[in-house]
Design a protein around this ligand. Sequence first.
Ligand code: NAP
Length: 453
Amino acid sequence: MSRKLRVAVVGAGPAGVYAADILTKTEGLDVTVDLIDRDPTPFGLIRYGVAPDHPRIKEIIKALKRVMSNPDIRFFGNVAFGDDVKLEDLRQFYDAIVFATGARRDRDLDIPGIDLDGSYGAADFVYWYDGHPDVPREWPFQPHAKEVAVLGVGNVGLDVSRILAKTADELLVTEIPENVYEGLKKNATTDVHVFARRGPAQVKFTPMELRELNHSPNIDVIVHPEGFEFDEGSMEALKAAKSQKLVVDVLTKYLAAEPSGAPHRIHIHFCQNPVEILGEDGRVVGLRTEITELDGTGNVRGTGEFKDWPVQAVYRAIGYYSDVLPGLPFDAAAGVVPNDGGHVIDLDGSPLPGVYVTGWIKRGPVGLIGHTKSDAAQTIGMLVEDIDQLPAPEHAEPEAFDRYLDSRGLEYTTWEGWEKLDAHEQALGEAHEVERERVKVVPRDEMVRIARS
Ligand code: NAP
């Protein structure tokens, strides 16, 4: 090719940044990459998914920043795929388009009572405490909601439980915005009940995240003995994965520990399948679970016995779900864009020329941030193999896309703009009475104003 290859990556979270990195490092390939994101800021889930009290995970941003300093990679924020630009628009400017849009919503849970006031999706709560611009500024904490249920035993369930059980002042040292600090002061939760529908060998927690759960002086972790059982399938799972064994070791320690008398408690219950959220006058007053038993394979069956739990709020943390991308096929059951490991596969089974996926939109919302690297390598490998067959864009010069956005009056943000906002947030943190690494700016128009100033 006599000119540079032009690739758009939609979604500037870790999956998108890793894809851009691998592309620009591919030997013999002369390429420029534009990362396009609906958020005014890069880093997707690291900024708006990782919990504020997990600064260690947020450190990944440092490595992503190094990638973004490559002049062959540009950032266009505040540009929503589907609303501001469509697939046909992008095809005018790029040889290939890689979607790395992740999963932003809560998976549905179809049980009676799920729509009651006080029944929430974990993703919504995470977006709120992480200061996402598109969610309401206030979280509807109720003064009487002292006992709260969290459904699902993955790391999101742990994040939500920990944030609910910590005090607002404990979280003040993090990057939480002012509205979140003020909101958390209204959180009356004393007891968080986390429900696993299977046994301890089937939880999806990771050992480090489970271990740190009781590092707060305000929290006792109480593992309840009912359902703390292991069948043959469980024993095989523990033999097969060292990390699962470590998780069970931590749970066993919690089970044996005497509560210290801390003001807040996180209870973990096993073999309880949520079947109904109980309501009164439209509000949550309880959760009904069916007690389950392990069936020998690590799965469970219902016992026909039910238990009601007096809780005043329910957070479902049963997994994320991807948004449909306009103009692309979607597999609603799996919540992914159909693909063969990289190419998007149309409804008739043929690949959509020049269109690829990577990250959670490709393989579903599981796995840690680092896993998206090997994912990106696979997708970019396929793209590179296709180079000779990619449909040529009408406007291949890099400035054409900026001109197009300007002509549409779209107020996009750039990498330099992000650096301004980054510096602004860090200055807010430094100026705070309690010294903090940053304080996040939340309103979209304010973020865009600072970034474009
Ligand atoms: P996850 O790990 O898949 O956990 C989902 C949980 O929901 C499972 O325990 C699952 O139980 C349960 N569940 C699903 N449907 C249910 C139903 N109908 N009723 C009751 N329970 C149900 O998902 P996640 O917690 O959203 O995490 C997504 C990914 O992000 C994971 O890879 C996670 O490790 C990662 N992450 C990491 C961190 C970190 O701090 N390192 C933080 C957040 C997220 P079954 O197993 O029985 O289906």
